[in-house]
Design a protein around this ligand. Structure first.
Ligand code: 13P
Length: 252
């Protein structure tokens, strides 16, 4: 019932030429969005070039947005500008931004509201550190992030966002969460959404897994009941790997 969503988070990789080349290589090989949603989230200065090549089968996303309309916020990007450029998605609350750029549950919530106000679809990242995982408090930790992210978000609006469960210890480390661990926490996220709204709404919200996803492990992850896609870093930089992971979703 929930359509898969496969998203590449390119982080601070790829030159303009490399980014455009990637799109040229994959564009005519990607399936229609009626079958699977496919997204590439790139650095802000290249978004305009990529949006020009955006189609039904590939949407473009930003990796961050500010929560104010405009102002003296040097180095930040406004939602109004992203909307004007034609960007479709925006990643909010990635653990790298939480750890290195002071992003908090409160700013994540404000950014979600701002993105939705400008018709940008938020990909909201949550996930625990190794310390939290080893303490055995992962589900409580992640549920708390979800509840705070959703504060003041209407039932209609929550259907326009996607959650990405990204355990910090699995990002860029080659250590993927086992499908069982990923499923357990994605289910906890769905339960948290049901607590905020209701079960019917929770069943409609898509939840991705992210953290060392690659063409070899994606099948088993996507087979889990509460995993509706993947947010992929390193492996999304390679067009063949990206296509292979989209095909895994297509063939489910
Ligand atoms: P990797 O796939 O490189 O582990 O990165 C995951 C991630 O952070 C995606 O947002």
């Amino acid at each position: 019932m929930r359509k898969y969503i496969i998203a590449g988070n390119w982080k601070m990789f790829k030159t303009r030429g490399e980014a455009i080349n990637f799109l040229l290589q994959v564009s005519d090989k990607l399936p229609s969005s009626s079958l699977v949603d496919t997204v590439i989230c790139a650095q802000a200065p290249v978004l305009r070039d990529l949006v020009k090549r955006q189609g039904d089968n590939l949407r473009i996303g930003a990796q961050n947005v500010h929560y104010k309309d405009s102002g003296a916020y040097t180095g930040e990007t406004s939602a109004i500008l992203l909307q004007e450029l034609g960007v479709t998605y925006v990643i909010i609350g990635h653990s790298e931004r939480r750890a290195m750029f002071n992003e908090t549950d409160e700013t994540v919530n404000l950014k979600i509201k701002q993105a939705l106000a400008y018709d940008l679809l938020p990909i909201v990242c949550v996930g625990e550190s190794l310390e939290v995982r080893e303490n055995g408090t992962t589900n409580e930790f992640v549920k708390n992030q979800v509840v705070k992210a959703l504060d003041g978000i209407s039932e209609n609006d929550v259907l326009n966002l996607v959650f990405a469960y990204e355990p910090i210890w699995a990002i860029g480390t080659g250590k993927t969460a086992t499908p069982e661990i990923a499923e357990e926490t994605c289910k906890a996220i769905r339960n948290a959404i049901a607590d905020v709204y209701n079960e019917e709404v929770a069943q409609k919200v898509r939840i991705q897994y992210g953290g060392s996803v690659n063409p070899q492990n994606i099948d088993e992850l996507l087979s889990q009941e509460d995993i509706d896609g993947a947010l992929i870093g390193g492996a999304s930089l390679d067009p063949d790997k990206f296509l292979s992971m989209v095909n895994s979703a297509l063939n489910k």
